[in-house]
Design a protein around this ligand. Structure first.
Ligand code: FAQ
Length: 311
């Protein structure tokens, strides 16, 4: 029977069909999806922190309103993604426990500090830009709930990207000091954003299987290249210099060549030793502990409702 189920699953994958929660799926496929979707959810939730840091210091009412909305959207994406992961048989408690004990990963990019207001613009432009580049192909991922979640998430990320770029355009028309802040933020974030796409294809243990299963549609290196090619002209319009002396159009390849990424620094950060890892996790754990009374109250309310219905 198992062979028949496997054959049916393979046929669905080969035909570029969708796998749904009640369908039979290989355990390894389920496990990979739980890993990726939960880590994606954690990234959205931890990703609220670097920008949330600036809500109280936004330079105008308009910027503050936009930033609150954006950070709130990221929270929504996280909850949406936790729900998608729950359809695979894991629980929110299990996922949060993995995050809070440091077992689960989340995107490396959120382990760097936000030092000036331009960082908020640069996160919108580059971090959300990289996130969209990675998430558009996930809209075609073989697991239905994840693919559908990505469609809505991408629409919101696209607004996030534009608000960031627009904030930077305004700063670049300002004083020399403001322009310097934008350049400084770009200098600090550029290389970290390139690393968001994950290790080079040759060092990416999950890629081959992820591609076979139709979870990954475009490889880490190909997405990174697409992101660079799309971003260079945007940097020119903005008037900033991307901090890579090797960045150069390659006529033959039809792509930009670029310099070497510091993968040692990337792995140190992924493995918990980036500049902000400890602080980010501590903030999440504290928020979870301080929210215990809300969860208890919600459970008590649900129990009461149920009792009333049974009477
Ligand atoms: N950071 O074999 P691969 C956002 C890990 S966007 C940390 O290539 P895979 C929006 C990887 O998990 C950011 N870890 O793995 C936002 C694996 O370890 P594992 C979130 C990384 O899965 C914007 C190991 O390295 N987006 O939050 C990273 O095939 C602004 C080997 O790597 C997503 O999560 C990294 N950068 O490919 C929010 C998208 N890269 O799990 C707020 C969904 C790799 O075996 C503000 N995820 N690792 O222990 C994916 O597309 C994939 O999981 C990749 C990695 C492409 C990230």
């Amino acid at each position: 029977e198992d062979a028949a189920l496997q054959a049916h699953f393979d046929a669905v994958i080969d035909a570029d069909g969708k796998v749904e929660p009640r369908d039979w799926m290989p355990e390894a496929y389920r496990k990979t999806l739980v890993r990726q979707i939960s880590q994606h959810a954690h990234s959205e939730i931890v990703g609220m922190l670097p920008e949330g840091n600036w809500i109280s210091r936004a330079p105008s009412l308009k910027r503050k309103a936009i930033l609150i909305a954006k950070v709130q959207d990221e929270g929504g994406h996280g909850l949406y993604l936790y729900s998608a992961a729950e359809t695979l048989g894991t629980s929110r408690d299990q996922m949060l426990d993995a995050l809070h004990t440091g077992k689960a990963k989340y995107s490396s990019i959120f382990n760097y500090p936000t030092l000036n207001w331009a960082d908020v613009g640069v996160i919108g432009w580059l971090v959300d830009g990289a996130a969209i580049m990675n998430q558009i192909p996930l809209c075609r991922c073989s697991y239905g709930p994840y693919a559908r979640a990505m469609i809505r998430v991408c629409k919101e990320e696209s607004f996030h990207q534009r608000q960031g770029y627009e904030a930077l355009l305004v700063m670049m028309q300002g004083t020399a000091e403001q322009k310097a802040m934008v350049q400084d933020a770009v200098n600090r974030y550029w290389w970290k954003c390139l690393a968001m796409f994950g290790p080079p294809d040759a060092d990416s243990p999950n890629s081959v299987q992820g591609m076979r299963w139709g979870i990954k549609r475009i490889s880490n290196d190909d997405l990174r290249q697409k992101f660079i090619d799309a971003t260079v002209p945007q940097a020119e319009v903005l008037g900033v210099t991307l901090p890579d002396p090797d960045l150069k159009w390659n006529e033959e390849r039809g792509h930009y060549d670029y310099g070497a990424i510091d993968w040692d620094e990337f792995w140190a950060t992924v493995n918990g030793n980036g500049p902000m890892n400890k602080e980010r996790l501590a903030t999440r754990v504290k928020a979870h502990e301080q929210g215990a009374w809300v969860r208890e109250a919600a459970l008590a309310h649900a129990a009461k409702q149920q009792q009333r219905q049974q009477k």
